[in-house]
Write a protein that binds this ligand. Structure first.
Ligand code: PGA
Ligand code: ZN
Length: 417
C-alpha cells in the first residue's frame, strides 16, 4: 500500500520521571493520522542509538528535547512531506539515510523513532486494522498475548541503589489469562508491601518502574523476600509463580570487576553467584548477568545456564541486529530483550526479532524506566508475538496503560497466551 505523507511534526512532552521526551504526529494525504510518544531509559546500554538532548543546562538540566522536536518538524518534514512510501521499511530506510550516522546521532534516535512509530499508526489507520495486526504484518508474525514479567522489587539505577541488582520480577507460568495473571501478581505485590512495612517500619516508596524499593541488605535478601511474599499471599514458588531478574551488571562493573554486596567479583565469580541464585530461588530468566563488554564471560555464563534459565541480553544486544548476530554466532545468549528505542526504527527492531526467532531464541518486548501513557508497546508485544512483555509494576498509569491495553485485547480480540 502506498502512503503519501502530508506532514510530520513533534513536540516536547514529559515522561513518567518528569523528563522531556517526544510526541510526534504523522498525517497522510488522505487525512489519516498517527501519533506516538516515546519512552526513555536510565539503564542505557552503550551501544544504543543516541537520544538527542539539548544539553542546555538552563532547561530540564540539559535534558530538553526541543532540538529533536525541531528535527522532526523541520528537517525530517521537509525531506518526506509529499513523498509516497510503500512500506514501513521504505520510510525507515529513508530516515536512516537522512541521518547518515551509525548511531543516529545527527537527527537523534528519538526524532527518528517518533516518526517511524507515528507513521506505523497512520498506516494502520489507513488500512483500517488494529495496531497490533499492522505490527504483525510488518514483521510477518502471528499475534498472540505475551506473558507479563511484572516488577516487584527494584534496586540499582531504578531505585536508590541500596542493592546493586536492578529488578526482580515475577511471572505466573500457570495462568491461563492476562486477567488471572494480574490478579495473582496484585496479591503478591500487596503481600510484599505489607511484609516490608513490618520489616522496615516504613511505607515503601516505589521506584521508577513502580516496584518496591526497600533498603535490602543484599541481593540474596531481595530474592528471599520475593519468595516469602509469594508464600504469604498463599501461592507456591515454582509452581504458581517464578522469578526473573534484571541484574543490569554493566552498572556495577568497574575496573574489570563486579562490585556486588560489598564484594569484588571477577567474571567467573559473578557467574558462580548467578548460578547460586538460580539454585536457591525459583529463577527462570537472567537478564544482563554480566557487563555488556564481557563477551568471553557471556559465553561461559551461557554454557553454564543454557537450558536452565533464559539467558537474556539487554545492554549486551541493544536490539541491534549486528550484536544479535554476534551473540548467536558466539553462543553468548538465547533470549533477546527488544526495546525499539535502542535502535530507533521499527524495521531494524523487526530485523533483530527475525534473527532471534530464526535462532530459536525467546523474545521479551520491553518498556523503558521512563515511559508515557502511550500504549503502543502492548500492541507491539502482541503483534510481534513476544514470549514475554516487561513493562514494570502494576502501580503507575504509564505501566497500566500497557497492561490495560493487553486486557482489552484479551477480551475483545480474543487473543490468548
Ligand atoms: P532502562 O532499563 O529503561 O532504565 O534503560 C530497563 C532495563 O534495564 O531493562
Ligand atoms: Zn535491562
Amino acid at each position: 500500500m502506498m502512503s503519501r505523507i502530508k506532514s510530520v511534526s513533534a513536540i516536547e512532552i514529559l515522561d513518567s520521571r518528569g523528563r522531556p521526551t517526544l510526541l510526534a504526529n504523522c498525517e497522510l494525504s488522505d487525512g489519516k493520522l498517527g501519533r506516538a510518544s516515546l519512552p526513555s531509559g536510565a539503564s542505557t546500554g552503550s551501544a544504543e542509538a543516541l537520544e538527542l538532548r539539548d544539553r542546555d543546562p538552563a532547561r530540564y538540566a540539559g535534558l530538553g528535547c526541543l532540538k529533536a522536536a525541531e528535527n522532526v518538524s523541520q528537517h525530517i518534514n521537509r525531506a518526506i512531506a509529499g513523498r509516497d512510501f510503500a512500506s514501513q521499511e521504505a520510510l525507515d530506510r529513508c530516515l536512516i539515510d537522512l541521518d547518515g550516522t551509525d548511531n543516529k546521532s545527527r537527527l537523534g534516535a528519538n526524532a527518528i523513532l517518533s516518526v517511524s512509530m507515528a507513521f506505523a499508526r497512520a498506516q494502520a489507520a489507513q488500512r483500517g486494522v488494529e495496531l497490533y495486526q499492522h505490527f504483525a504484518d510488518i514483521a510477518g508474525t502471528v499475534p498472540r498475548l505475551p506473558q507479563p514479567m511484572i516488577n516487584l522489587f527494584s534496586g540499582g539505577v531504578h531505585a536508590g541503589g541500596q542493592v546493586a541488582i536492578q529488578d526482580v520480577q515475577v511471572v505466573v507460568p500457570g495462568a491461563v489469562t492476562m486477567s488471572e495473571t494480574l490478579g495473582v501478581v496484585s496479591d503478591v505485590f500487596r503481600s510484599a508491601a505489607t511484609r516490608l512495612l513490618d520489616k522496615y517500619e516504613m511505607r515503601l516508596l516505589t521506584a521508577d518502574e513502580g516496584g518496591l524499593a526497600p533498603p535490602f541488605a543484599s541481593s540474596q535478601e531481595m530474592f528471599l523476600e520475593a519468595v516469602r511474599a509469594i508464600e504469604a499471599a498463599g501461592y507456591s514458588p515454582n509452581d504458581d509463580l517464578a522469578l526473573t531478574v534484571d541484574v543490569a551488571a554493566s552498572h556495577f562493573f568497574e575496573d574489570g570487576a563486579y562490585h556486588l554486596d560489598g564484594e569484588r567479583l571477577d567474571s567467573a565469580g559473578m557467574a558462580d553467584r548467578i548460578d547460586e541464585w538460580r539454585r536457591d530461588f525459583p529463577i527462570v530468566s537472567v537478564e544482563d548477568g554480566l557487563d555488556e563488554t564481557d563477551w568471553d564471560g557471556w559465553r561461559a555464563l551461557f554454557e553454564r545456564l543454557r537450558g536452565r534459565v533464559m539467558v537474556l541480553g539487554d545492554d549486551l544486544l541493544c536490539t541491534n541486529p549486528a550484536r544479535v548476530r554476534r551473540a548467536i554466532t558466539e553462543k553468548a545468549a538465547d533470549s533477546l530483550l527488544l526495546k525499539v528505542n535502542q535502535i530507533a526504527t521499527l524495521s531494524e527492531a523487526a530485523e533483530a526479532l527475525r534473527l532471534a526467532r530464526a535462532a530459536g531464541w525467546h523474545v521479551v518486548l520491553s518498556a523503558r524506566s521512563g515511559e508515557t501513557e502511550d500504549d503502543w508497546l502492548a500492541d507491539l508485544a502482541v503483534g510481534w508475538a513476544g514470549d514475554y512483555i516487561k513493562v514494570g509494576s502494576i502501580t503507575q498509569s504509564e505501566r497500566l496503560a500497557k497492561y490495560n491495553r493487553l486486557l482489552e485485547l484479551e477480551h475483545y480480540a480474543r487473543l490468548t497466551f
